[in-house]
Design a protein around this ligand. Structure first.
Ligand code: HEM
Length: 464
């Protein structure tokens, strides 16, 4: 590449002074999808004063996430998030990320996550108590805030332990307000520093101060009881040591705790909400899944039942194909890089979108049809790379993947064994692509099932 003029990734031009920025603001999913399809793959788009390289071709993505990953750092969207989270695992890079990843990954290992299933079931029962009241009213309501509440309950308690009982609603509100600020910051054509004394920035600093206080108190409480049996993820993080025998300091722990609260909340709630939505639209699949749940839980406690819920798992996979909660993520080139037909200069912005690849017509037959049988073990194994990657790929693969998949199946099993769910806002809901892509809204009417499902006893048993 040296000396030669860099080759540019091709893309459509726009006469609008802000390029495709207005389209991006109003509907980024459609913009990315339609442009990728029109270009049969990777495409360059101008959004206001910057060009975005939307990579779709598997070879291009492989180069950025795997073979040439050292030439990239986490991208522009993560800079806005950094104001909320600080340099935790999601936003940091380089040596800090490497060290933290090695410390954190084992904490999310299967054994530890599976030990949290009773906690997830207890959170599910709190959700059912709220939903029982809704079912008794008989009026339609939006299911999304309810499942988001469940996901927030799980992640807060799993990460921080029982200490947060009385303050959970405040934490949820603050995380939501923090995310709103990040969204506005991310979407602005010019990103102003959060230190500017605007009303929104002042509110944001208030949110940050409250979140820091809560998290710091919980960390201090855990330090006092360090050495006792470690139950929460935080307690395990406190106990974690790197190769040199060093532990995380309190500030780093705060970044990580905030990261988990954010990364593990709306993503997982969104996956659950989308799965319920797709099942309601596909009654034959719903009947099969419910049958599997009822049959399995009638003979097996839920802690051990999840591997047997294969049909259920395939529906979650397929819902996350059509509606990946992490709909896109970004990288910035820190060194020049050369691809088959184009080059990237340092500073180039790369976007990789599971939403686009999961629906890309060259990769999938009938891409817009909900068909969980795509995810039988044989078919999933035979699938070439970068067709399906809801949890990312390569070194930054989501650490919470197993936790999320377990949690969604627990939530789904509890909802379906308790209620008949009727979708009342027709067949289409809006994708709402913020930091994660959540459905907006999923209006439902719930009816308690006539015959108490055998599954319920097993669920109640697990929560005890
Ligand atoms: C359905 C739920 C979830 C989805 C779809 C999801 C998706 C993703 C994706 C796509 C990435 C990679 C981002 C990139 O490469 O830039 C990621 C990373 C990450 N996720 Fe998740 N996630 C989910 C749940 C969770 C949960 C439950 C947690 C923790 C409680 C979590 C924590 C993280 C962290 C810390 C990273 C950064 C990993 C790294 O850079 O080393 N996620 N997630």
């Amino acid at each position: 590449m040296s000396g030669a003029r860099p080759r540019t990734l091709t893309g459509p031009s726009s006469r609008h002074p802000l390029g495709f920025y207005p389209a991006y603001r109003s509907d980024p999913l459609t913009l990315f999808y339609e442009q990728a399809v029109a270009h049969r793959g990777s495409v360059r788009l101008r959004l206001a004063n910057q060009h975005v390289h939307l990579l779709v071709d598997p070879d291009h993505i492989d180069q950025v996430l795997v073979t040439g990953a050292a030439k990239y750092r986490k991208g522009i969207s993560y800079q806005s998030l950094n104001h909320l989270l600080g340099p935790g695992l999601l936003t940091s890079g380089g040596e800090l990320w490497k060290r933290q990843r090695a410390l954190i990954k084992p904490v999310f290992g299967r054994r530890h996550v599976d030990a949290e299933i009773p906690l997830m079931v207890a959170c599910g029962q709190r959700m059912l108590e709220r939903l029982d009241a809704r079912a008794a009213e008989g009026a339609p309501f939006d299911l999304v805030p309810e499942v988001m509440g469940f996901a927030a309950d799980v992640v807060c308690r799993a990460v921080m332990g029982a200490e947060i009982d009385g303050i959970l609603p405040q934490i949820e509100d603050d995380v939501r307000d923090g995310v709103d600020w990040v969204m506005r910051h991310m979407a602005a054509p010019i990103q102003l520093p959060p230190g500017l004394p605007t009303p929104a920035n002042r509110r944001f600093r208030g949110v940050l101060a409250r979140l820091h206080r809560v998290v710091d108190d919980v960390i201090a409480g855990n330090r006092d009881t360090e050495g006792e049996q470690a139950h929460s993820l935080l307690a395990r993080l406190l106990a974690a040591r790197d190769d040199a025998g060093h532990a995380m300091d309190d500030e780093q722990l705060r970044h990580e705790v905030l990261t988990f609260l954010l990364a593990g909340h709306e993503t997982t709630g969104g996956a659950l909400a989308w799965t319920v939505y797709e099942l309601c639209r596909n009654p034959a699949v719903l009947a099969r899944v419910r049958d599997e749940i009822d049959t399995t839980l009638s003979v097996t406690a839920i802690e051990n039942a999840l591997p047997a819920l294969e049909s259920t798992g395939r529906c979650v996979d397929e819902a996350m194909r059509l509606h990946p909660p992490a709909w896109a993520f970004s990288r910035t080139a820190i060194e020049p890089d050369s691809f088959d037909t184009f080059d990237l200069e340092p500073g180039a912005i790369v976007v990789i979108s599971p939403f686009v690849n999961h629906r890309f017509p060259d990769f999938w037959e009938s891409p817009l049809t909900f068909d969980p049988e795509r995810f039988t073990r044989e078919r999933a194994r035979a699938r070439p790379p970068f067709r399906y990657f809801p949890f990312g790929w390569g070194a930054h693969l989501c650490v919470g993947q197993h936790m999320a998949l377990v949690e969604v199946r627990v939530g789904l099993a509890m909802l379906l064994s308790r209620y008949d769910i009727e979708l009342v806002n027709g067949l289409r809901v809006r994708e709402n692509p913020e930091i994660s892509n959540t459905p907006d809204p999923v209006l439902v009417r719930l009816t308690r099932r006539q015959h108490a499902a055998p599954a319920e006893d097993s669920l109640a048993e697990a929560a005890r």
